[in-house]
Design a protein around this ligand. Structure first.
Ligand code: 2DT
Length: 185
């Protein structure tokens, strides 16, 4: 994963629908790498602890309303505000396992009907992952897993659209290495 620089940490992103198992798999990978003696941290986006993150959280919990473009840019800004810390960690040799990143940003916003190129633009210049693991599950199967919480996007009909847009993204020329794990069984 770090072919150019032996001491650099790897940036590994997990993507997928709500309830696809990202959080569990991120946790398992972190424990595994820690066990091997690697320096590793678990990150997630949105990072709701920042002031931008709190605006995102209010939107997701339906406490505020925002224009679709505005919330898209806030999600991206939330990654930008973490970019330099991410770079510092990676350069120091820490591997980052990240629960959601730019793929979520583009898949969820294009699922609402926003333009694909427009959605990708604010992601240009963020650190590219070494690996994106897409946990492939049908929206129906995901919905059976203990149900969704009450957040804005946690509805089967919308998750179906997001699933289609993740697929489009996966087949697009966006420069990310995608590894699909079939977890539909
Ligand atoms: P969690 O349930 O994983 O906290 O995600 N989302 C996320 C976007 O629409 N754009 C983004 O850039 C990111 C990172 C996916 C909260 C919801 O936010 C969506 C689910």
């Amino acid at each position: 994963l770090s072919a150019n620089n032996e001491s650099r940490g790897a940036l590994v992103v997990f993507e997928g629908l709500d309830r696809s198992g990202k959080t569990s798999q991120c946790g398992r990978l972190v424990s595994y790498l820690e066990g091997l003696g690697h320096s590793v941290e678990l990150w997630r986006f949105p990072d709701r602890t920042t002031s931008v993150g709190q605006m995102i959280s209010a939107y997701l919990t339906n406490k505020s309303q925002l224009d679709d473009h505005t919330i898209h840019l806030l999600f991206s800004a939330n990654r930008w505000e973490k970019r330099s810390m991410m770079e510092t960690k990676l350069k120091a040799g820490t591997t980052l396992i990240v629960d959601r990143y730019s793929y979520s940003g583009v898949a969820f916003s294009t699922a609402k009907g926003l333009d694909f190129e427009w959605c990708k633009a604010p992601e240009i210049g963020l650190i590219a992952p070494d690996l994106v693991v897409y946990l492939d599950i049908t929206p129906e199967k995901a919905a059976e897993r203990g149900g969704y919480g009450g957040e804005r996007y946690e509805q089967l009909e919308f998750q179906r659209k997001v699933s289609q847009h993740y697929k489009l993204l996966k087949d697009s020329s966006w420069k990310m290495k995608v590894f699909c794990v079939d977890c539909r069984l």
